[in-house]
Design a binder for this molecule. Structure first.
Ligand code: HEC
Length: 155
């Protein structure tokens, strides 16, 4: 799949998912799925961050694999993971997803698209050399933080 096609898919996924057409589904499972996906983002970003910081030796093949995997996770189908009524007001401690996700929609879709673009840039740089990996890391980290700042409850 090309970069452009993937970004198109992200936009579609987010617009159908966050629009929140009421669907009969298990809200708890949807929350678990999106939290698990976020954990995978953190897993792959952690590997890349370890190399970027020098805690781990830079290995071009491993860096490329981690960055490709991160991009795949960040462009995976989330259309059933964000149903209406799965925010902190409805579910309390079970989620950190703020009601603003749904009340300001599609603002979150823009954050998701920016994050996928940053991940695509990282995937084009990570396997080149350490300096390229380091230069592309900040954009992804910032894009995670930008979405969390507006839409994730602080713990
Ligand atoms: C488009 C918005 C958005 C982007 C981009 C985003 N996140 Fe999240 N993230 C959220 C929301 C919302 C939650 C809360 C989900 C919940 O608790 O239901 C969350 C939760 C998490 C969690 C906690 C998961 C758990 O087990 O409760 C981690 C870890 C995380 N994000 C990591 C990341 C990383 C790393 C990135 C970037 C590579 C990222 N996120 C990008 C919106 C985003």
């Amino acid at each position: 799949m090309t970069f452009r096609t993937k970004l198109g898919a992200v936009a579609v996924i987010l617009s159908t998912g966050f629009a929140g057409a009421a669907m009969a589904q298990d809200v708890g499972k949807a929350v678990e799925a999106r939290q698990s996906l976020m954990q995978l983002y953190a897993h792959y970003l952690g590997t890349l961050g370890g190399m970027a910081k020098g805690d781990m030796d830079y290995d071009a093949a491993k860096a490329q694999a981690a960055a490709d995997s991160l991009l795949a996770m960040m462009t995976a189908d989330q259309s059933n993971m964000w149903p209406q009524g799965s925010d902190t007001e409805a579910l309390g401690d079970k989620t950190a997803a703020l009601p603003a996700i749904w009340t300001t929609y599609p603002a979150i879709a823009d954050k998701g698209k920016a994050a996928a673009e940053a991940a695509a840039a990282l995937a084009s740089a990570a396997g080149t050399d350490l300096a390229s990996l380091q230069a592309a890391m900040g954009g992804v980290g910032a894009s995670c933080g930008a979405c969390h700042k507006d839409f994730r409850q602080k713990r």
